[in-house]
Design a protein around this ligand. Sequence first.
Ligand code: FAD
Length: 415
Amino acid sequence: MDTHQGSFDVIVIGGGAAGMMAAGQAARRKKRVLIIEKNRTFGEKLKLTGNGRCNITNAEFEPGAFLEHYGTGKEFLFSPFAQFGVKDSFSFFESIGLPLVVQAGSRVFPASERATDVVLALRKHLEKAGVECKTGCAVRRLVHQDRLVTGVETDVGVLCAKSFILATGGLSHPETGSTGDGFLWLKELGHSITHPAPSVVPLEVSDEWVKMLRGVSLPIMKITFFLDGKKQFSKAGTVLFTHFGLSGPLILNSASKVKDLLQNGQVTAQIDAFPDTDLGALDRNAVSVFDSNKNKTLKTVLKDIAPPGTSSGVQTLLADIDLDSKVHSISKEDRKRIVSLLKALPVTITGLMGYDRAVVSDGGVSLSEIDTRTMRSKLFSNLYIVGDLLNVSRSSGGFSLQLCWTTGYVAGNCA
Ligand SMILES: Cc1cc2nc3c(=O)[nH]c(=O)nc-3n(C[C@H](O)[C@H](O)[C@H](O)COP(=O)(O)OP(=O)(O)OC[C@H]3O[C@@H](n4cnc5c(N)ncnc54)[C@H](O)[C@@H]3O)c2cc1C
């Protein structure tokens, strides 16, 4: 027998970060709330975040500076963030038994560093607040009449409520349940949807040396991107080599600019593995390493001058030098070439990875069609739209989840 009968004050569709936040907040206001999730469990994507550690927000406490990370969404988000900002996230998670810690500058994680603990804490919060939960139940469409949503059609019939909060997420990692259903329904309701495209996403490259180094990361490096050989922009930080190309926070945050470049020509990059050391100093170091290992092969000694874990990849870029030669027989020119290579490792970017690898997909519902104070649709007065459904570009670093906590809270508070 279906226990979720009768009419609800609020139905939340989607049990991800934004949906759980919204449902809990609405129930705290003594509303009768039902949350519907098509997976058997809540927060499948949340469990993947921050490599399983969940970068839950960012410890930038100055609201203006925080909002700079949302591109043109900044102005729209001013009001929601005034209602629930970063400090409120700290207090909220503390209040539900999940203390947070600041790491690596400003990234914020649960103290346990387990994303599954975030899901667990939110689940308990929903229970405590009295939210009725329906999992393993897909919503098929929204039923509407006269600019009001009247119900949601599900496998177990139509469920009705006074208000609806749509939190079905974007399109990245569709295996977690985010398959873009909400975009289709909103389009049908007359909302304008900017076509979602992967934006915070790893880069695909054609270079074998990069793929050989899969699993290796370079913690301090600088990457410079070129369009048709002309320098475009540089970023410094950590790069992670993968079996398809390059990843890591710095790469993810470059993807959107690289996407634009790719539309205009050939995109290449150079990785400076020693950004804090100039060519002269690097060469002097090579001379000293070569001098103390005169009778060893270049292949062996390369391990001492290339960054840890990278020498096998670097070797493949030195195909015309005999790696089995003893170091004392390496010419000055070849030594200088090796050193220069370490300051400009060549990469050819072939594209961006797809939704399956994306952390964030750009696009979504136009912000001009949503009331900034309440997250309510301007077309349907009892429909609220939150989280990854919104067309807000953002950096990686906890900004996506903070958007979910903020918009989820505001919708839950107003619905
Ligand atoms: C690998 C990865 C790592 C990430 N790491 C971080 C990070 O560390 N920090 C950060 O800030 N952001 C991170 N993000 C982004 C962040 O995870 C998302 O912004 C956030 O989870 C979006 O939450 P949401 O509630 O809007 O949508 P989702 O989490 O996508 O939830 C939507 C839910 O709706 C359900 N649903 C969909 N359609 C239906 C339907 N028809 N009926 C019923 N239910 C439905 C889905 O099953 C899903 O559970 C990461 C993303 C990925 C993919």
